[in-house]
Unconditional design. Sequence first.
Length: 380
Amino acid sequence: MQIPEFKLDQWLNDYHFSAQPPEFDLASSTGPHWTLGELLGFLSSEERERLLETELVYSAATGSEKLRQAIAEMQGVKASQVQITTGASEALLILFVLAAKPGANVVLPFPLFPSTSVVAELLGLETRFYRLRRENDFNLDLDEAKKLCDEKTRLLLVNTPHNPTGATLSNEELRELHDFACERGIKFVSDEVYHPIYHGRETDSAAVLPQATVLGGFSKALSLSGLRIGWMIERDVSELRQYTQGRGYFTISNAPLAEKFALIALAHRDEILNRTRAVVAANLKLVEEFFTRHTEELGWIRPRGGMTVFPWLRDASDAREFCRAAADRGVLLAPGDCFDMPEHFRLGFGVSTSGFAEALDRIAEVLKAGSSKQLVAGPV
């Protein structure tokens, strides 16, 4: 077995951890960063003292009871229906391992977070993709997704709000796909790590659906990627037991200190989410103005949720060189070949709390420089 190169992580790591990282990070898909000091600022002096008494030992494979209760309260389910994981990535790994029967297939969106399909394929699963097409405003075609399913389909995955396009499903669309899958014995999985960040029409969590398996986490909407904590919501007791067993084999548990930080975040999630919403709303307005000014060079579709947009170069050239040129000017973008769509690039508008307008101006300089080179070169 050969594990393929993880192009997105390689690109981000090469720049994030270089001696001189770009000044503006518009490649990341998270929200505004929080420091440990800001998080601890929510606590009284007595609460901080108690936190220092945390034993640095293994925690429960299920996740701590208090953390599961807090997530259950937020999601409107029972604590016994919550499994804690090491990010949503481990949740997907567990689901794919359980789905990996001989000849089985899984139905996934395209584009998608790159590791998702790779992990499924490494486990021997056939991957089938329904396309989120820009000519359809990245909307999911329900009939296309349904036609991909057959008697060997083990899992149907939706990601809403979607990374990288920012597309979302309505409550009615979620319900229709859920019912379709459940009637055929297919596990319906909703990855909603960006919930509840929406830019217009909002969607309920799929946790309201009786047989949905729901994935969430602290990395995106809650903007605490360094905690590396995710969760699964599952009402099937036997399946939930399998998740816990899988976690025991893969990562054992989270760090107990990280789980306590997660509890602090959930207790103050309104403040955290309000900060995220304020940053993304202000930056999205600037993004709209930017693309309005550059319609000749760039195409885009306004995201309906999340913190990323997935524009494309209208001349259909490979965006990697464009992204390198932007990085040379101090602005990091994610090239579309990381998502197998090379003329696109991902632009995150959730991280930057200041200087976002300047970052967009520098991207405009790259576009202008590219146009100047074309004029000098003349027609081919």
